[in-house]
Design a protein around this ligand. Structure first.
Ligand code: ATP
Ligand code: PH2
Length: 196
């Protein structure tokens, strides 16, 4: 059997019972002997980036797994789990019950459009970077700190902690403008500098 490889997977949902979908999807993703769960990030509520205007907020999270599946086998497995959750691909970046992306697969780099590694848009997506940094504060992507990339990402201001209740989201922002009306934000060890 081949040596296991560590992979980072990003999950998102903005339709249906979003939180239940994410929990079940994590269980489904690791429900194979070839995939072992290493860690789970907190869930964050995020404003939709791209796609049609007015779509619902997402819940996003990141998991780390160790797998003996090859990269394309892992991609197929992610697609199978998406399908199980009735994912329909209609509009690019449109609303979906479940999206599972492979962010990294070991140190593999690939420019095959079917599987680009690391994920080509991950470095600019706070909805991926922020939960990943919470899971692993020392994580690096393309030689840069994931935590630092997170606070620089344009969508950082649209992040909220998720309180576990699948309603409108919590009142306190993670990256959102806070009560003072400033764009400053702090969550754990991740802080965004005030604009000069
Ligand atoms: N790292 C990757 N992880 C997942 N899919 C990938 C990756 N690289 C390329 N793809 C390809 O992208 C195709 C479209 O994926 P998907 O429908 O999940 O995109 P999306 O979630 O709407 O947008 P985005 O790719 O910006 O996250 C997939 O069929 C897959 O083959
Ligand atoms: N907030 C948020 N926005 C998105 C997301 C997502 O998971 N969360 N996924 C997308 C395509 O993968 C496009 N836009």
């Amino acid at each position: 059997m081949s040596e296991p490889t560590k992979a980072i997977l990003a999950l998102g949902s903005n339709l249906g019972e979003r939180n239940d979908t994410l929990s079940t999807a994590v269980a489904d993703l690791v429900d194979r002997p070839e995939v072992r769960l290493l860690g789970v990030s907190p869930v964050v509520q995020t404003k939709a980036v791209g796609g049609p205007a007015g779509q619902p907020d997402f819940l996003n999270m990141v998991i780390a797994v160790e797998t003996t599946l090859g990269p394309y086998e892992l991609l197929q497995h992610c697609h199978d789990v998406e399908q199980k959750h009735h994912r329909v691909r209609e509009v690019r970046w449109g609303p979906r019950t479940l999206d599972v992306d492979i962010i990294t697969y070991g140190g593999l780099r690939s420019d095959d459009p079917e599987l680009i590694l690391p994920h080509p848009r991950a470095a600019e997506r706070a909805f991926v970077l922020y939960p990943w940094a919470q899971l692993d504060p020392a994580a690096q992507l393309n030689g840069e700190s994931v935590a630092e990339l997170a606070v620089r990402a344009e969508d950082f201001a649209g992040l909220r902690p998720f309180d576990g209740f699948d309603g409108d989201g919590a009142a306190n922002g993670v990256g959102a403008a806070n009560g003072s009306g400033k764009a400053g934000a702090e969550a754990g060890s991740i802080t965004r500098a005030e604009p000069a």
